[in-house]
Design a protein around this ligand. Structure first.
Ligand code: UDP
Length: 458
């Protein structure tokens, strides 16, 4: 029936749960909806984290992708020990090129396209060698616009971005407040800044940038990147929302059993992603804020960064667990987040605004309390709170000071029981529907992926 051999695509996923989650989903969609054969390379930093292992394990069980786990590489002679994320991860991805090259040349069915994520642009050279199409898959659209436009800002703006009074102007898009600037742009004298610019330039050289959003969510930003000067004229495809599907319920955990017993939309879920941590003082304030709000909760708690090995529960106020035992649950392990957010009892999400978490919240119709910490999360938070109207946000940035218990209490109440909460919930449910439509057959993201799946040569 099928005269052409099946199209073979290679996806290379950089270290970190956030990338792995969406790269796997991209692969799954290319296989299931668009009939591609996909070889998927998993790259880890020094060893796989609990989250990474769990994702790889469930991908193995699904058997959709030809999964290859690469052994960790040593970059200690290549980067400073305290190198930041872009510097470190792009160095790792550069190191895997030889292995990737020999693996691709040994493949029986020659692959025609290579997909990498934001840290994988050094691997795009390998695509050139094999005359493959090369694509970069990133998270949210507005930070992508900043990244593509950064080489222009670098030329036109003097001094540090973060100390300016004026916003950074992006043609056709929302301007970026100095306070919201992404981490790699915080200090223009650092290597990390130059690596970030370089990645932006490499993206502009690709055959397309895929973004985990959809036309109706980011209409203005997508249009700007496609039509305005300064973004490098690279094709931009909105292919999302690609999020992890909720596992069919098999054996349930104590936590999910507890959720079953709570009223509809009555529990606030608190999590700061795979890497977010709070200070000891902030943990105390958050605990008191939750207790004062008297709202039900599930809190994924990690110890403060400087005491990584310690017991997170030691940082809770005395007697907190006893006093709140009918109100909530504290989790110190890796939490089954997609199952939690997909549960009918969840009514709010206090989140660090990582893009996967934000999409998981939107796609489950859950309004948010935006608590951005690192990477591009401050831009995501502004987008969620001010553009989309699905989140409340503290008055000062959590990275600038301690958010007090009264403000936390007020935000939790607002989302869970106030009029504002009702409006946000209605709005987020609209977005949920439009995101769902984008990915079903005939939807804008489905069509974009279908177009990409049909491309075989440059
Ligand atoms: N996650 C999870 N359990 C946890 C913490 C995180 O399942 O205890 C998942 C979460 O559902 C999301 C991903 O890990 O899919 C984190 O991605 P995100 O972009 O939100 O944040 P990052 O960790 O990249 O900052």
């Amino acid at each position: 029936e099928n005269p052409m051999p099946q199209t073979h695509a290679v996806i290379v996923s950089s270290p970190g749960v956030g990338h792995l989650v969406r790269d796997l989903e991209l692969g799954n969609h290319l296989v299931v909806d668009h009939n591609l054969h996909v070889t998927f390379f998993v790259v880890v930093e020094s060893h796989s984290s609990a989250g990474e292992s769990e994702l790889v394990e469930s991908a193995r069980t699904r058997k959709l992708l030809n999964l290859i786990e690469l052994p960790p590489v040593d970059i200690s002679s290549k980067v400073e020990p305290n190198a930041r994320k872009f510097t470190r991860l792009t160095a790792i991805m550069r190191e895997i090129c030889p292995t990737l090259r020999s693996s691709i040349s040994a493949m029986k069915l020659s692959p025609t396209a290579l997909f990498v994520d934001i840290f994988g642009t050094p691997v795009l050279d390998v695509a050139d060698e094999f005359h493959m199409l090369k694509y970069v898959f990133v998270s949210s659209a507005w930070p992508l616009a900043l990244m593509l436009y950064a080489p222009v800002l670098d030329k036109e703006v003097d001094g540090e971005y973060v100390v300016r009074k004026e916003q950074l102007r992006l043609p056709g898009c929302m301007s970026v407040r100095p306070d919201d600037v992404v981490d790699p742009l915080l200090d223009r004298t650092k290597l990390e800044y130059r690596v970030f610019l370089q990645v932006g330039l490499e993206m502009r050289q690709s055959d397309g940038v895929l973004v985990n959003s959809w036309e109706d969510l980011d209409t203005t930003t997508l249009k700007a990147m496609r039509e305005q000067e300064g973004y490098g004229s690279v094709p931009v495809y909105a292919v999302g929302p690609l999020i992890r599907p909720v596992k069919p319920s098999g054996s349930k955990s104590e936590l999910l059993d507890w959720l079953d017993d709570q009223p509809v939309e009555s529990v606030v879920y608190i999590s700061f992603g795979s890497a977010g941590v709070l200070s000891a003082q902030q943990i105390t304030e958050l605990a008191w804020g939750l207790e004062l709000s008297q709202q039900r909760f599930i809190w994924v708690l990690r110890p403060p960064s400087k005491d990584k090995g310690s017991n997170a529960l030691d940082y809770l106020p005395d007697g907190f667990l006893e006093r709140t035992q009918n109100l909530g649950r504290v989790v110190t392990q890796w939490a089954p987040q997609s199952e939690i957010l997909g549960h009918i009892s969840i009514g709010g999400f206090l989140s660090h605004c990582g893009w996967n978490s934000s999409l998981e919240s939107i796609l489950n119709g859950v309004p948010m309390i935006a608590w951005p910490l690192y990477a591009e999360q401050k831009m995501n938070a502004t987008m969620l709170a001010e553009e989309l109207g699905v989140a409340v946000r503290p008055k000062i940035a959590p990275t600038k000071g301690i958010i007090g218990r009264e403000e936390i209490e007020m935000m939790v109440r607002k989302v869970m029981e106030g009029q504002d909460g009702k409006a946000m919930r209605a709005r987020v449910k609209e977005l949920k529907n439009s995101g769902g439509k984008a990915l079903t057959e005939g939807g804008s993201s489905f069509n974009a992926l279908s177009h990409l799946a049909k491309q075989r040569e440059r």
